[in-house]
Design a protein around this ligand. Structure first.
Ligand code: NAP
Ligand code: GLV
Length: 317
């Protein structure tokens, strides 16, 4: 099979690794450079593509394309690509080194909220020696995880292993680590939210989850709850978060993802004393792990199997 490769931001290193791994007798797949203006082969011979942020005309003329491997865990941008035919199967990254990093990010945010470090940040900006805030035991802190998939389940277990009380909310019922509670379905959401001292979003971005972090959701959280969004910017209604914090209902937020990235210079999140902004760095897919995962998916396809990491396109994740 001829596989077209396009990874925005790759200076050639990842592409070379894929070429070395695929152009061997065990695979005998040719990797075609998709960054060039004109392809080195007849486009009709290309049956698969490995991509990150391909340009709008990328899929034009690929009439025999059957599979696209996303170099990402979240495939919302790829599924919204104007040129991606509906017949093409999409395979994503699962973990690829990101689960541990996301768990560390979330743990950091939870510790900020539990130990009042976000309050000390605000006080420091006012040269204020803030002393005597109530001690919060981690066993008394309830964390709510929106999403219990590859990343959410690992982050949830890490928090529970650290002594926090953790409940995950997912679409379908889950059996998770013994120390993690699990609830599912829209009917379970209000009671779940009512207990969250910290709410973490690790949902995929789909029509059902778009804008889920809005005023109506924030109102269901206890007063002083803290929000961590490391899924996608479009899960959050920015102005609703600002209002909920400025009205004193939420104590703050840690945000890694935004509607438009990079976040605009004049966006109010940058300077807000109760919002910590990180530049979509909660987790990065690691090259070796990504390569191995995609090779595994290609092996499964070569054997006529459906890759484990196949995306359900009608579900959106
Ligand atoms: P995943 O394995 O597909 O898990 C998604 C979870 O969300 C599943 O538990 C799923 O429920 C649940 N879910 C989906 N729709 C739902 C709904 N309508 N109601 C309730 N639960 C719903 O995804 P993942 O690999 O953990 O990744 C999650 C997201 O993290 C990605 O989509 C991406 O946006 C984001 N991400 C961010 C970074 C970063 O650096 N900030 C890095 C990687 C990924 P079921 O289990 O019942 O299907
Ligand atoms: C990063 O955000 C990813 O979805 O892999």
């Amino acid at each position: 099979m001829n596989i077209l490769f396009y990874c925005d931001g790759d200076a050639g290193t990842l592409q070379s690794s894929f070429r070395r791994a695929l152009e061997v007798p065990a695979f005998a797949h040719a990797l075609i450079d998709g960054h060039k203006d004109s392809l080195s082969v007849d486009p009709s011979t290309i049956t698969a593509a490995i991509v990150w942020l391909p340009p709008d005309d990328f899929f034009d003329k690929l009439e025999n394309l059957t599979h696209v491997f996303a170099l990402a865990a979240g495939v919302d941008q790829l599924l919204e690509h104007p040129g991606l035919p509906t017949s093409v199967s999409v395979v994503r990254l699962q973990d690829a080194g990101m689960a541990e990093q996301i768990a560390e990010y979330v743990l950091y945010g939870v510790i900020r909220a539990q130990r009042n470090f976000h309050e000390y940040d605000v006080a420091q900006k006012q040269n204020q020696w803030l002393h005597g805030l109530p001690v919060k035991r981690k066993t008394d802190i309830h964390i709510g995880m929106l999403g219990a998939g590859t990343l959410g389940s690992v982050a949830a277990k890490t928090l529970a292993d650290n002594g926090y009380q953790v409940t995950c909310w997912s679409r379908t019922p889950k059996t998770l680590a013994k120390s993690v509670h699990s609830v599912s379905g829209a009917h379970a959401l209000p009671a779940f939210l009512g207990r969250c001292d910290v709410l973490v979003c690790l949902l995929p971005l789909t029509p059902d989850t778009h804008g889920i972090l809005d005023t109506s959701l924030f109102k269901q959280l206890p007063r002083n709850a803290f929000v961590i969004n490391c899924a996608r910017g479009a899960h959050l209604v920015d102005v609703d978060l600002l209002n909920a914090i400025d009205e004193g209902h939420l104590s703050g937020a840690m945000l890694d993802v935004f509607h438009h990235e990079p976040l605009a210079q004049n966006h109010p999140f940058w300077g807000h004393p109760r919002i910590l902004v990180t530049p979509h760095e909660a987790a990065r897919s690691l090259a070796d792990e990504s390569l191995e995962q995609i090779l595994h998916s290609i092996r499964q396809l070569d054997l006529g199997q459906t890759p484990n990491a196949a995306v359900n396109r009608s579900q959106g994740y």
